[in-house]
Design a protein around this ligand. Structure first.
Ligand code: 5AD
Ligand code: SF4
Length: 420
C-alpha cells in the first residue's frame, strides 16, 4: 500500500512538471513515505531522517517532506524532534503534495479528508506489467495491536466507476495484472452500499487486456462464500489468498479483537481448498502478543502444522502507542517474543521447502514480470498462486507474457526453471 502511495505522489508531482532526482544530493525536495505499523519501521525512518540533516546544511533550499503514517501519528511534534523537516502529509492527504511548490515555511496536511474515496490521483507506476489499484482506504476493525485505524482513519470505499475507469486505462497502457488494495478488501462496498468485492471482481474479470486479478488484504471474518465462489469461477482471479490469521489461540484472537476463532479460520481455509483446488494461502502471524502463554504460542505452531501455509509473514509484537494492546497487562520481554518468532519462522521454512520441493519437474504457468533483481541476466515471474519463478531469458520472452516454465531447482524463497 505504501509503495502504491509513493507511486501516486510521484504521479501528482510529475503532473506538476517535477521529475525524479538521480539521488538525494541532487534533489530539491526529499519525501519520506513512512510506515508506523511496527516500531522497527519508525526507527529506520528516524535514522534515515537524521542522515539527511547534513544535506540540508549544505543546501538550505532543500525541502524535506514526511508523508504517510508516521507524519500522521507524530504530527507537528515531528517538527520539534527534527527541525529540518518542512512538510507533513498524512496518508489521506497525499494529493496535497501538488501544492508543494507554493508552501512557505512549515506546513502540515493531517486533517480528515472526506473527499478521499472520490479523488482520483495519477500514479507513476514502476512495476509494469503489474499495477496496484486502491479500492478502499482506512479501516474500522480496531484490532487491538494495530495503529492503522488511527493513522488512516475510517473505512471508505472508492466508487466502482472510478476503479473500473482506472483499470480500463491500465489495460490500454499494456498492464496485465491488477492487485486491488485495501486494509480490508472483503468489506468493499460499491454502488448504494450493495455490491461487494465479488461483484467488483466479476466486472474487472470482463476488462479485455487484463489477464490476472489479485486482492489484498482479506480479513478472515469477512471472507465469504461469495468470494470463494468468485475465486472459483472467474478465470482471471488468481488462486491465492493472503488471509492474516495472527494467532492460533482463541483467547489471544479474542484479546486481539479479531472476532473469529482458530476453528472458524481453519473451516474457511478448508472450504476454499475444496472449491478452489490448489489455491495458495499465505498469512500474517504475531509472536508474543501481551498475555500470550507458551500454550497459546504452541496453538499457533499447531495451526501452522495443520494448515500448511504457502508463506508466512511473521512479526514480533510491537507496542503501538494509543492502541488497546499497549495498555494490556502481560507485555512480554523481547527475548520471549524473539524466540517465539524464530520458532514460527523455522516451522514455516520447513513447510515452504517441502511444498516447493513437491513442484520439482512441474510445468507452471508464469506471468513474466521482468528482469530478476537477484539473478542478473535472468527473468522473473509469478504463478497464479504467487510463487516467484526465476528463469533464463530468451529474446522472444517479454514482460507481460504468460508462459510455461518447467521447475528444475526448487528453493526456499523462489523456484528456478526453464521455459518449456
Ligand atoms: N506488532 C506486530 N505486528 C503487527 N502487525 C500490525 N500491527 C502490529 C504490531 N503492533 C502486523 C499484522 C498485520 C501486518 C500487516 O502487520 O500481522 O497483519
Ligand atoms: Fe490493522 Fe486489523 Fe485493520 Fe488490518 S484489519 S489494518 S490489522 S486494524
Amino acid at each position: 500500500m505504501n509503495f502504491h502511495d509513493s507511486e501516486r505522489m510521484s504521479g501528482v508531482l510529475a503532473q506538476k512538471g517535477m521529475r525524479e532526482a538521480s539521488g538525494a544530493e541532487d534533489a530539491d525536495l526529499i519525501i519520506f513515505n513512512t510506515c508506523s505499523i511496527r516500531d522497527k519501521a519508525e526507527h529506520k525512518f528516524l535514522s534515515e531522517l537524521g542522515r539527511i540533516k547534513k544535506l540540508k546544511k549544505k543546501n538550505p533550499a532543500l525541502r524535506v517532506a514526511v508523508a504517510g503514517c508516521i507524519a500522521q501519528r507524530m504530527g507537528e511534534g515531528l517538527f520539534k524532534r527534527a527541525p529540518h523537516v518542512d512538510f507533513l502529509i498524512g496518508p489521506n492527504n497525499l494529493h496535497k503534495i501538488a501544492d508543494v511548490q507554493n508552501w512557505e515555511g512549515r506546513s502540515a496536511a493531517l486533517e480528515e479528508n472526506p473527499e478521499l474515496a472520490g479523488t482520483d490521483l495519477p500514479a507513476l507506476r514502476k512495476k509494469k506489467p503489474l499495477a496496484w489499484v486502491s479500492i478502499m482506504f482506512g479501516c474500522n476493525n480496531f484490532c487491538s495491536y494495530c495503529i492503522v485505524p488511527y493513522t488512516r482513519g475510517r473505512e471508505v470505499s472508492r466508487p466502482e466507476e472510478n476503479i473500473l475507469t482506472e483499470i480500463e486505462g491500465l489495460a490500454a497502457e499494456g498492464f496485465k495484472e491488477i492487485t486491488l488494495l485495501g486494509q480490508n478488501v472483503n468489506s468493499y462496498r460499491g454502488k448504494d452500499g450493495q455490491a461487494g468485492l465479488p461483484e467488483l471482481l466479476e466486472k474487472i474479470n470482463g476488462v479485455p487486456g487484463i489477464e490476472r486479478i489479485r486482492f489484498v488484504t482479506s480479513h478472515p471474518r469477512d471472507f465469504s462464500d461469495a468470494l470463494i465462489y468468485a475465486m472459483a469461477s472467474l478465470g482471471k482471479v488468481c488462486r491465492h489468498i493472503h488471509l492474516p490469521m495472527q494467532s492460533g489461540s482463541d483467547s489471544i484472537l479474542a484479546a486481539m479483537n479479531r472476532r473469529y476463532t482458530a476453528g472458524q479460520y481453519i473451516e474457511k481455509v478448508e472450504r476454499l481448498r475444496r472449491l478452489v483446488p490448489g489455491a495458495a494461502i499465505t498469512t500474517d502471524l504475531i509472536a508474543g502478543f501481551p498475555g500470550e502463554t507458551e500454550e497459546d504460542h504452541k496453538s499457533t505452531l499447531k495451526a501452522m502444522e495443520s494448515i500448511r501455509f504457502d508463506g508466512v509473514f511473521a512479526f514480533k509484537y510491537s507496542v503501538r502507542p494509543g492502541t488497546a494492546a499497549a495498555r494490556m497487562e502481560g507485555q512480554l520481554p523481547e527475548g520471549v517474543r524473539a524466540r517465539r518468532l524464530d520458532e514460527i519462522l523455522a516451522m514455516q521454512d520447513g513447510i515452504t521447502l517441502e511444498k516447493n520441493n513437491a513442484l520439482l519437474g512441474a510445468e507452471l504457468e508464469v506471468l513474466v514480470d521482468g528482469p530478476s533483481d537477484l539473478a542478473p541476466g535472468r527473468l522473473t515471474g509469478r504463478t497464479s498462486t504467487n510463487k516467484i519463478v526465476v528463469f533464463d531469458s530468451t529474446p522472444a520472452i517479454k514482460p507481460g507474457d504468460i508462459i510455461a516454465i518447467k521447475i528444475t531447482v526448487p528453493g526456499k524463497h523462489s523456484l528456478c526453471g526453464k521455459p518449456v
